[in-house]
Each structure stands twice: as structure tokens, then as C-alpha cells.
Design a protein around this ligand. Structure first.
Ligand SMILES: Cc1ncc(COP(=O)(O)O)c(C=O)c1O
Length: 405
């Protein structure tokens, strides 16, 4: 039984008011709120168990190292991955830049191609633009269908003899489109092409089993998974990890250093230089425990109900457009009012009622350009949202329509 009232009580911030109104937090696509267990893990990490990891042999260093390293196993369990393929990061932006710099850059020649979709977040675009600018790599773009869906076959058709990587999101942060990344991976692998999946949104809203998906790189970011900002991980298949050059140089990622030589650690350690976000990752682990406790299947079912309810209510408003309506999409709604109303005005009016939505291009400018838009107001739902909050959004949008026409 998914008791949303009880779940909401786990998140202290949901009890506060904004602008004199109860907070209605619908900006989960940007970042999710934190349950008390995460806040407690962070407090304990600093108040009781803090020292640097992997270094000293003293008691606190051992305690901190054990708590930190235990998170690797939690990430592996959460995603159906092997523990030795989990590389800690500060989030998806770092993860994808790591792959671009440490794996892709050394093996790309001018004219080699990377297949991307127009649904991508800038974090899965700009690191590939670096290779275009610096090395003459060609970016091949796959557009979504008019309903926002991205058929796997369309992505696979873009693969040619020069394609060296497919980099694609599992879920659009703008349209909520879910992408069949398992089918893309199967098809790309059959053509000998590795696949990077941006799981920043996908992993938040449904169970993920990487043993089934089989992709080479899979990035997640802790702060969208109800954990701290500055935490995250990328799962890298062993064969790919072995092919990677070091990313950042410094402590912990080496085997030996002398005045005229350096050798590197093997496996994930080679990609993790310097003092990491120790307590952030411990908080991330607490968030993953919390999600596994609720059950990702249950969360997915709850959010599907919110999606269906929001879709039925939004369908009754004939003066607005919801961008993208792909079958099975997530509970993310990018809204434009028909007419001249700007998304920032919508978000400001909603904010006066304590409703937090995001206005702008959502770090997906190529998609907005493709849609012929300069901005949308995005309501993105999470595990603690309710039908009553959908109603609050609808009545807020009605006020926007009244005021902005
Ligand atoms: C689909 C997607 N990819 C990547 C990112 C970047 O994540 P981060 O900023 O946590 O590195 C985001 C964040 O909005 C996202 O929605």
C-alpha cells in the first residue's frame, strides 16, 4: 500500500509554506526534495563519522570509508549492475564529460560520428560538441516524432559505418518521453557501436535493470534521486572501463608516482581522483535505501496515476498546449499557453500560490528550437506529489489564463 500522506511526512520541506500558501513542489525534474533519512545520514556523516576516506588507518577513517564504499553496492543493487562497474561522480554532467574526455576523445578521428537525439539535455550534448570543435567529430541528430516519441529504429537508422557511439537519454526532462534504450543498445551492439544512456531522469521514475539494458555507460545523478547535490554515479562496462584513460589526476587514482613516471590504479579507482564528496555519497546511499524501501515499481505506479489524472485535467483546458504526448510518457508536462503569454509569467503567477514549476529552455535548447519554442513552463511530478496538487496546478493555470489571456 503506497501511503502518500505518510511518505510526504518523510520530507520536512513539504510541510512549509511559500508565499503564504502550502508548498506545491512540481520542479522535481530539476531537483528533488530530501527525506529525513537523507538529512540524518548527512548530519551523522559530519557529526559522528567524519574523516577522509581511503587514507588513514585510524578508526574514523575506517568508519567513513566503509560507509562511503557501501554506497557502491547500493548503486549496483538499485540499477542491477556489478559493483566494480560503479564509478562515483558529482552528477551526470561530470559523468558524461568523463566519458567524452577519457573514453571517446582518444579514439575519435575527424569524420567519426556520434548519434544523439534531439531530446538530450545539454549535459549529453555539450561534451560531444567539444569533440566536434576540437577533433572534427560529426554529430548526427535524430529528431523525435511529432508526439515526442523516439522510436528505437529511428535512432538505429542513423548509425553508419563511421558511428563510434550512440548517446541517448532514457527519459526526456522536457517532454517526459521514455526511450527504449534496451532496444537501442541491442541494435547498436549488433552494429558494433557502444551506447551511453543518460539515466538522469529515467532512473528516478521506474525500476532500472542494467543487466537487461546492457548499455556501456549509464549515468545517474543523486540530487534527482532524492539525495544530495554533488553525488552520483556512472556505471561503466568493464571492457569500456579498461579502455579509458584517466580523467582527473591526483590522489587515490594512482598505483605509483615518481619524479619521472606515474602508473594508474585499475578499474573504477582510476576514474576517482582526490577527496570525493564523502558525505554526499553517503547521503545518496541513504536515498537509494529509501527508494528501494518504497519500491520503484510502487513509485512508478503512483506517478502513472498522477500522469493519467494530470493528462485528463489538462485535456479540459483548450487554451493551452502540452508539448509531447508520447505513449507511456512520465509525469512531466511542458506547457505553453496559446497566445503570447511567456513561460516566466506563468511560473511567477503559480509561485504566488506556492506552486513551484520551472520556466525556460530546461537545458535542452536544440529540442526547444526543434519545437519552435523559446520557453515552456514545466510541471514535473515526483514520488510525494498528489492528485490535490494536480488540482492546485490546474486552478493556478486557470488564473494564468484569466490574467494573461
Ligand atoms: C536528462 C538530464 N540529463 C542530465 C542532467 C544533468 O544532471 P546534473 O546537473 O545533475 O549533472 C539533467 C538535469 O537536469 C537531466 O535532466
Amino acid at each position: 500500500m503506497y501511503d502518500v500522506a505518510q511518505i510526504r511526512a518523510d520530507f520536512p520541506i513539504l510541510g512549509r509554506e511559500v508565499n503564504g500558501k502550502p508548498l506545491v513542489y512540481l520542479d522535481n525534474g530539476a531537483s528533488a526534495q530530501k527525506p529525513q533519512v537523507v538529512i540524518d545520514a548527512i548530519t551523522r556523516g559530519y557529526a559522528q563519522d567524519y574523516a577522509n576516506v581511503h587514507r588513514g588507518l585510524h578508526y574514523l577513517s575506517t568508519v567513513a570509508t566503509e560507509a562511503y564504499e557501501a554506497v557502491r553496492g547500493k548503486v549496483a543493487r538499485f540499477l542491477g549492475a556489478a559493483e566494480d562497474e560503479v564509478v562515483f561522480t558529482t552528477g551526470s554532467t561530470e559523468a558524461i564529460n568523463m566519458v567524452s574526455y577519457a573514453w571517446a576523445a582518444p579514439r575519435m578521428q575527424p569524420g567519426d560520428e556520434i548519434v544523439l537525439s534531439l531530446l538530450e539535455h545539454h549535459a549529453n550534448i555539450v561534451p560531444w560538441h567539444f569533440l566536434r570543435e576540437r577533433q572534427g567529430v560529426v554529430l548526427k541528430w535524430v529528431a523525435p516524432e511529432p508526439d515526442g516519441s523516439l522510436p528505437a529504429e529511428k535512432v538505429l537508422e542513423a548509425i553508419g559505418p563511421r558511428t563510434r557511439l550512440v548517446a541517448v537519454t532514457q527519459m526526456s526532462n522536457v517532454l517526459g518521453t521514455r526511450v527504449d534504450v534496451a532496444a537501442i543498445t541491442r541494435g547498436a551492439h549488433a552494429r558494433g557501436v557502444p551506447v551511453l544512456v543518460d539515466g538522469s531522469q529515467g532512473a528516478v521514475h521506474a525500476p532500472v535493470n542494467l543487466a537487461e539494458i546492457g548499455c556501456d555507460f549509464y549515468a545517474v545523478t543523486g540530487h534527482k534521486l532524492y539525495g544530495p547535490s554533488g553525488s552520483g554515479a556512472i556505471i561503466i562496462a568493464r571492457e569500456r572501463l579498461a579502455e579509458m584513460r584517466p580523467f582527473l589526476g591526483g590522489g587515490d587514482m594512482i598505483r605509483d608516482v615518481s619524479t619521472d613516471s606515474v602508473t594508474y590504479a585499475e578499474g573504477y579507482a582510476r576514474m576517482e581522483a582526490g577527496t570525493p564528496g564523502i558525505v554526499q555519497q553517503i547521503g545518496f546511499g541513504a536515498a537509494l535505501d529509501y527508494l528501494m524501501g518504497l519500491g520503484m515499481d510502487n513509485i512508478a505506479r503512483h506517478e502513472a496515476d498522477l500522469r493519467d489524472y494530470a493528462q485528463s485535467r489538462l485535456a479540459g483546458l483548450n487554451w493551452l498546449t502540452v508539448q509531447g504526448n508520447a505513449p507511456g510518457k512520465g509525469a512531466i508536462f511542458s506547457i505553453t499557453l496559446d497566445g503570447q503569454a511567456h513561460a516566466h509569467d506563468i511560473s511567477t503567477i503559480l509561485d504566488r500560490r506556492g506552486i513551484a514549476v520551472r520556466a525556460g529552455t530546461h537545458c535542452a535548447m536544440p529540442l526547444l528550437t526543434h519545437l519552435g519554442l523559446t520557453a515552456t513552463a514545466r510541471a514535473s511530478f515526483g514520488l510525494y506529489n498528489t492528485r490535490a496538487e494536480v488540482d492546485a496546478l490546474i486552478s493556478g493555470l486557470e488564473l494564468c489564463h484569466e490574467l494573461l489571456g
